[in-house]
Design a binder for this molecule. Sequence first.
Ligand SMILES: Nc1nc2c(ncn2[C@@H]2O[C@H](COP(=O)(O)OP(=O)(O)OP(=O)(O)O)[C@@H](O)[C@H]2O)c(=O)[nH]1
Ligand SMILES: [Mg+2]
Length: 331
Amino acid sequence: MIWVNIYDMKLLEDALKGSARALGRLISLVENESHGFLDILKYIYPLTGKAKIIGITGPPGVGKSTLVAQLAKIYCRKNHSIGILAVDPSSPISGGSLLGDRIRMAHLFPEKNIFIRSLSSRGTLGGISQATMNVARLLDAVGYDIIIIETVGVGQDEVEIINVADTAIVVLSSGFGDEIQALKAGIMEVADIFVINKADQPDTARYVSTIEKMIHQFSNKKSWMPPIVKTIALTNQGCEELIEKINEHTLFCKQNKTLIEEKRKKNILEIKRLIERKIREDIDLFFEKKHSLENLYNKAINEKKDPYSIADEALNAFWKSCKEKMEKAAK
Ligand SMILES: Nc1nc2c(ncn2[C@@H]2O[C@H](COP(=O)(O)OP(=O)(O)OP(=O)(O)O)[C@@H](O)[C@H]2O)c(=O)[nH]1
Ligand SMILES: [Mg+2]
């Protein structure tokens, strides 16, 4: 039985009834890892697993947000409800540009079934990708069946965030010739679909063939070869085709044994990370409250001990206290 405190329970009930305000507050609790946030996540977990999560990344200014807005509109017309998460890992506070996007997008659709939110939870213990996953699960649980995650860049952070998605899309455009040199193998490998946006620009055809070569060079997708979709997000051109490719990828993932196995491994890795995080937290608390590492160090210096033995002794003290705590709890 999962126990959620009465205030969070009220928020959960309201969010499940469709209150965007309650959902917003729940997201803040989860994003800031406020007291009780894990109970919320445990509670909603059985309600998740229905949404399709689409990740979109690429260099700044290639037209990601314009594309996201068009995709959201099309999905909306097809009677889906859409959650959009704009993640800005490089900004300690909500990234200005993403926030701007959010306001711009909100004007784009007065439709009720689109929820837009910026995330910038850098420094959370579980990492930005775990935080994104947690928030995506909240959206999934309250009934958003299409979740689009937009993040800016092509670095390690983005690779991790985009890995949360069921389908990862890398957006590029021919005006960004230099960025292509900087594209890391990581982002090439993680991409399920490439979008070359701003196809109205003259250099597009040449650019597409360059990307095709890079896909063959970098992609290690054994069975799924990432397609390239040309779009003009400004005028909605190519967006329906992109949705078709996303659907093809979803179908492929459902049928492909290797990918099912990959997903299983991802889930196991998440559990391992959660365990590591919990242990780290407990250790920090232990040495903060009971045995300051500094004292241990000073004592060891006097006794001329090596750091390996100090660490062993410190860890033994930690395990001993865990054991005592468990024995006390069992009584
Ligand atoms: N010519 C042309 N311009 C486009 C197209 N799509 C978007 N743009 C323009 O490109 C600029 C950047 O678009 P955004 O959608 O904000 O790009 P973004 O990738 O989300 O940018 P960041 O979030 O800042 O990284 C805007 O001025 C858009 O109007 C397109 O297909 N063709
Ligand atoms: Mg954007």
